[in-house]
Design a protein around this ligand. Sequence first.
Ligand code: E4P
Length: 221
Amino acid sequence: MKFFIDTANLAQIKEANELGILDGVTTNPSLMSKEGIKGEEGVIEHYKKICDIVDGDISAEVLATEFDKIVEEGKKLAAIHPNIVVKVPMIKDGVKAIKWFTDNGIATNCTLVFSAGQAILAAKAGARYVSPFIGRIDDGNWDGIQLIEQIASIYTIQGFQTQILAASIRSSLHIVKCAEAGAHVCTCPLEPIMGLLKHPLTDIGLAKFLEDGKKMGSAIA
Ligand code: E4P
């Protein structure tokens, strides 16, 4: 399973990248706006900075909702860097635009996906990624992980090449469950990624090893 970080914060992107396990980045208008990014130039410059940090797919979301405008905006985003993946919402004109991008060699991430039917449409249109929003589904008392399982099963049976990008991740357990359920990618804020490191028995075990190690004298250096 690939790991993407779900933020537009450059410091957090650098921290995750330095861990050596990062495969890409996802952003959305809310995450970009949180970093104070404004205007076309600001957006372009910020994506250039992200692409300079991470060598992997970087999702950049369109704001347009009409076919012609989605295509126009997506072409501009794709021109920023070869690693940019145009993120398009799961709406009628979005599906049409994803098909257009597919036919024209531009990679896409179909976002705001909440059902298996929507995931089938995204795959039929040729999206590179489909983004089911696990956390938001759980927030509504449905089961986000069950949706990942369902999409994974359908994609396997049908031989779809679209990769399931589990999004809206709220916890480290979500990441583990997404891996079990067959997600190809998990996009997460920094905290759940770092949370995977934690186990109290690791801390207790390391403290004991270090204590006993002192009895051995200096370490090999
Ligand atoms: C990423 O692709 C999504 O936009 C993001 O994961 C949504 O997360 P949220 O539900 O925490 O806003």
